[in-house]
Design a protein around this ligand. Sequence first.
Ligand SMILES: C[S@@+](CC[C@H](N)C(=O)[O-])C[C@H]1O[C@@H](n2cnc3c(N)ncnc32)[C@H](O)[C@@H]1O
Length: 404
Amino acid sequence: MRGVKRELLGFHATPDRVVRALAGRLVRAWESGKGDKSKLVQIADLFAGDGRLGREVSRRLRDRGWRVSVTFVEVDPGRFRGVAAQGGERWIVADALKWKSSSLFDLVVANPPYLRLTVKRARRLGISWLDALAAGRNLYGLGALRCFELCRHGGVVGAVGPFGWTRGHDSQVFRRRLSGLASQLSVTGYSNRSLFAGVHQDIGLAVGTRGFVEGGGTIRVNILSGPNSNVVPISAGGKSGGFTVRCGSVVWNRFRGELGVAGKGMLPLVFGGNIRPDGRVRFAEIRYVGRQYVRQSALREGEVLRGPCLLIRRVMRGRPGAWHVDCGILGAGRAVAAENHVILVTSAAALSVRQWNEIAASLKDRIERCFRTSGQPTLSTRGIAALAALVRNPAWKRPTRRAA
Ligand SMILES: C[S@@+](CC[C@H](N)C(=O)[O-])C[C@H]1O[C@@H](n2cnc3c(N)ncnc32)[C@H](O)[C@@H]1O
């Protein structure tokens, strides 16, 4: 990490109210376990910046009669220049992802750097692409895994960060890795996506216990402003149950030369914005004039979609805690192609429009209930496939062991 440009270190100072909220939760989780106040509580603040998180946690524990020592680890020495070290503190300039500690900690607190990893960025940071994938392609994931690795069994970890990973398809391997390190996690998401100055993204507080339970632990996801609570396995997967769920294949700006207006050999192209909140698929959207049709000869076999089937707009409307999903039925006999902001739900067996309407209502309800605790508006095909498996497909019979 040395010599790496500062903008790649993902510095965002944690606002005071978030520092207080995380410290409060972490101390409560710590005290809910059996406590022996005669023992020293060893705390680590990884990716420490000026150490505000570690200091708040240690101040609260001291006030409640605990003896503490705190180790701060930060790669950029400029971050804690001018901070006067106090008794019981150890300040270490090191790469927290590689730093070797002689012992594990009782409590680990962090606001790990948030940075989306591309192949190029990972290379510049000295991170293998396999590690980046296992961390949901974000420095945050690597940081969160590191927090658990440096925490002793039964100890508690508290981290500030996004919570889109509790659902996102890109984070599946990350969740699996996490399920081997955390016995349970409680994630509280803010519905406000602008908590950090100059940043617009989902922010949550994750507090979990280091441990392992056979079959994997669970994540309890809660949105602060709402009454919602969802409990999901840490490493959730997906299966489809008689439906096929996939994304539209046309990436409009790569197909630019093949798009245009209605004419011979041209097929309507469904953009996300063509699926309206009232459940209709409407092709007269002014923003798509000039690119609402795609040349059929440019499409491969299987890219032409025939109704009836269900179309879902991949980006939800609303905010964490109250997301709304737009879905519409493509009419019987209609042939279209779909852009990649549209999720397509099809069934191998023929279903009527009425049956599709019932499926759409049930699936929409499940998606809105399940994804309401999502930090990001984007739906994943995996997530939808897992929910579609719970919806009754009138034409589908679960394969028997013999038939399979
Ligand atoms: C999001 S900021 C949080 C700073 C501080 N903990 C706070 O809550 O205000 C992340 C910090 O991690 C530091 N950092 C980034 N990569 C690091 C690494 N590999 N090892 C240690 N620190 C790192 C950055 O310099 C930055 O200070």
